[in-house]
Design a protein around this ligand. Structure first.
Ligand code: FES
Length: 107
């Protein structure tokens, strides 16, 4: 599997195997990104802002963001798979929100 570089603003850059969910890649690198609903496109706490080209958006993510009126403001890292080098800012760090990261996200 090819790998790509993921950079989290204020944290660092790490190598990630292609196809990995972005939220899992960030968590495995040691950053406490929130994922309160367990990666089901419901809570939006896994939100990230892209500074690099964004991956394609699937219908589930689109519907969730549209329903919440936040389409175009941020992306859901639980619905994005690493398919290129990525540079993001994590918008809801668990330790800054005063909660634990949330339900475990499946592969
Ligand atoms: S929307 Fe809940 S973890 Fe992504």
């Amino acid at each position: 599997m090819p790998t790509h570089q993921v950079t989290v603003e204020g944290f660092g850059t790490f190598e990630v195997e292609e196809g990995t969910k972005l939220v899992l890649a960030i968590e495995r690198a040691g950053f406490d990104i929130s994922h309160r609903c367990g990666g089901n496109a419901r809570c939006t706490t896994c939100r990230v802002q892209f500074h690099s080209e964004e991956p394609p958006m699937r219908q589930k993510e689109h519907d969730c963001l549209e329903e919440d009126g936040v389409l175009g403001q941020f992306r859901l890292s639980c619905q994005s798979r690493v398919d290129r080098d990525m540079h993001v800012t994590v918008l809801m760090r668990a330790s800054e929100q005063g909660w634990d990261p949330g339900i475990e996200v499946e592969e």
